[in-house]
Design a protein around this ligand. Sequence first.
Ligand code: ZN
Ligand code: ZN
Ligand code: ZN
Ligand code: ZN
Length: 348
Amino acid sequence: MDFSAQMNIQKELTCPLCLDLLTEPLSLNCGHSFCQACITANNKEPVFALGGEHQCPVCQSRYQPYNLRPNPQLANIVKKLREVNTSSHQWQGGNVCEHHGESRLIFCKEDGKAICKLCVLSLEHQGHQTFPIEEVVKECQEKLQETLKKLTDEEQEAEKLEANISEERATWKHRMHTERQKILKGFDEMRGALDREERKELQKLEEDEVNVLDNLAAAKDQVAQQRQYMSELISDLQHQIRESTLDTLQDVINVIRRSESWTWKKPKIVSTKLKSAFQAPDLSRILQEFKELTEVQSYWGKMLQCLQITMFLSLFRSVVTIRSHDLSFMCLSQTRIHTRVPKCSTHL
Ligand SMILES: [Zn+2]
Ligand SMILES: [Zn+2]
Ligand SMILES: [Zn+2]
Ligand SMILES: [Zn+2]
């Protein structure tokens, strides 16, 4: 900060009573401000003639003590100014040359230190580049401020970026959570469907089993019954062969008739093949095909979007072309109108 500007500000922030920088400033309606302690002391002075009112020590305008307002903005500015004062005192500290007792008002570039005007003449600093210390201090302060600002800006940027990354991370986390739920639900549904299919297949198999076994049992019974009848016939025939006489001729004829009228009925045995043989589907292949299909769908979805955009653009272009045709037509008619203007006015 420029020194005279700093002095002007300091004047504005000085208490008119104690002539020091304002401490806990209180302001009056007239616009004058004082330290809290100073104006409180002023309030204690006798005010018999003023009907309980007090007078501003600067402009004498009247006020009631309860009209004194704390002024935090002013307090803030005073605080800042105190900081600036401290930092400039810091720069001015140890300002006297230890060899010559003179103020160190010159900066030697080669040695990088502050020296006095007698040091400049000494052999030690002969031929060295020197600058007024004020300039160097000013330059350093400016550089410090500049660097501080740059770093502060970068820090703010980093803070924003950090917040953005956090936000993005949260968004991704949420998306991943949703996606995970989708996967779990999808596979749950697939497992449910598979379970249902399994139950259906087992049910079918059970029904087939009952059918086949029942059929076979019936066929076995049928065969057994016929075998029984056949074995009776055989033993009758054997008996007649061994022991028939002329007296038992009628029995022989009967046995022959029974034998001839007998037909061996083979039961129809069901096919050994199952009606509906189960074949497990190649689930991984199906999933692979499904994945490819989804990719193709998303590809065509994108293609469709592109196509729509292209169609829109070409439509837009044709509209623009029609418009520009209209426009050129209008221009043409205007030029025609212009050409009709008599020649004498063309020089205007
Ligand atoms: Zn004061
Ligand atoms: Zn005043
Ligand atoms: Zn010196
Ligand atoms: Zn030097």
